[in-house]
Design a protein around this ligand. Structure first.
Ligand SMILES: [Zn+2]
Length: 391
């Protein structure tokens, strides 16, 4: 069933991806003339486990969205050659780009689009089915090889031919995750790595090697894509998901999101919730709380300093906090409000601090996250005093 869906896309993608993108390149794409180029295959990892562990309805929608997002972002110089299972096979004539950096960034962008799409679905869903809960197990991997090919025209279809063309398909079967622990990877054959002068473009690269029947040993370089996406996250949207959280705590409250939001963002009330002696804004930006706003809070002699990183009323906000009493470690904390049928779920998540700390410290932060549970009492008191209203 899935293959039919995918086949439907083959036509769409082919018609949307003209093969001759620039006039000088047209010559190199004549049938039966040997070309040099890069062959790329992307594949969703965790796919089989995901499908077997999930309700099919939403699992199918989620996979479809991830696939659509990739297709939409596949542009020149990448050309789609075909599909196999959940994999997309592409190639790029060597002559299609001047700077290898552009090629690498094209691949990185594919990963960014995939991860953005996945994250957006995680943020937007309120569904608790297994497919929606488990989507973080999905990831994107890609294999890249460099070599010779010819294009054979079969009616209005074009097919890549050549011994090198099949190499990336074979490279999909590998032991990268087991041996390197890198889940979101671009796996470059040594031929591709050398043609791109990859070691000058990026680091770290992890050497890897696999043996394949009829091909023999292929030496490779593993490039971790995850940090690329994380650094981009740090520059724009910033959200600590429950799956990646170092510490998390959630409370269901019988009040609307806006009310919970207000309590959290009124310093005097936040202080009551978190048992603080001081909670104050310290920047000179004036006016509304927004990104770059700064805060200070303290309990006795323990001081915490925070900067607003991502402000998305009334869904979530993320702060970058520095904890003086814990050796000035820094981390991100997201406070997210998920609307429920009759209330709001407050989800507080914290990223792993930098520099790293002990398990004992994690226990202390888990305890502090638990303080958010006081919000229920604070709201009840405010309501009882008539200082706020919930309807
Ligand atoms: Zn669902």
């Amino acid at each position: 069933m899935r293959h039919c869906e995918w086949r439907r896309f083959v036509c769409v993608a082919q018609s949307a991806t003209p093969l001759s993108a620039r006039a000088p390149l047209a010559m190199t794409e004549e049938t039966s003339m040997a070309n040099k180029g890069y062959f790329i295959i992307t594949d969703i990892s965790g796919y089989t486990e995901y499908l077997t562990a999930s309700e099919l309805d939403h699992a199918h929608e989620i996979l479809q969205s991830l696939f659509d997002a990739q297709l939409k972002s596949i542009k020149f110089p990448l050309k789609i050659s075909g599909f196999r299972g959940d994999a997309i096979f592409m190639y790029t004539p060597e002559a299609c780009f001047v700077n290898p950096q552009s090629f690498l960034e094209t691949l990185e962008n594919l990963y960014i689009v995939f991860s953005d799409t996945l994250q957006q679905m995680q943020i937007n869903t309120t569904c608790t089915c297994r497919a929606c809960r488990n989507m973080s197990m999905l990831d994107l991997k890609m294999c890249i090889h460099y070599g010779d090919y010819i294009i054979q025209k079969l009616g209005d279809r074009e097919e890549l031919l050549g011994a090198d063309v099949i190499v990336p398909h074979r490279m999909l079967k590998n032991h990268v995750i087991e041996q390197t622990g890198i889940k979101s990877y671009a796996l470059f054959s040594e031929a591709a790595a050398q043609a791109l002068q990859l070691s000058e473009l990026t680091h770290p690269l992890v050497p890897h090697s696999e043996s394949y029947e009829h091909i023999g040993e292929i030496r490779m370089q593993v490039f971790d894509l995850r940090p690329i996406w994380q650094s981009i996250q740090a520059r724009r949207r910033h959200f600590v998901s429950k799956e990646e959280a170092w510490v998390s705590h959630e409370i269901d409250l019988p009040y609307p999101p806006l009310l919970v939001w207000e309590i959290l963002n009124t310093p005097s009330l936040e202080a009551k919730v978190l048992l603080l002696d001081v909670a104050e804004r310290t920047d000179n930006l004036g006016g509304r709380v927004r990104e770059e706003a700064r805060f200070h809070c303290a309990h006795e002699d323990s001081h915490f300093f925070a900067r607003m990183i991502d402000w998305k009323p009334f869904e979530y906000y993320t702060i970058r906090q520095r904890a003086e009493p814990f050796g000035n470690i820094e981390y991100y904390q997201t406070r997210r409000l998920i609307p429920l049928d009759n209330g709001t779920r407050l989800l507080v998540t914290m990223s792993r601090p930098e520099p790293d700390v002990t398990e004992e410290t994690r226990g202390q932060f888990q305890w502090m996250a638990g303080l958010f549970g006081n919000i229920r009492g604070v709201i009840e008191e405010e309501l009882a005093q008539g200082r706020i209203t919930a309807a």
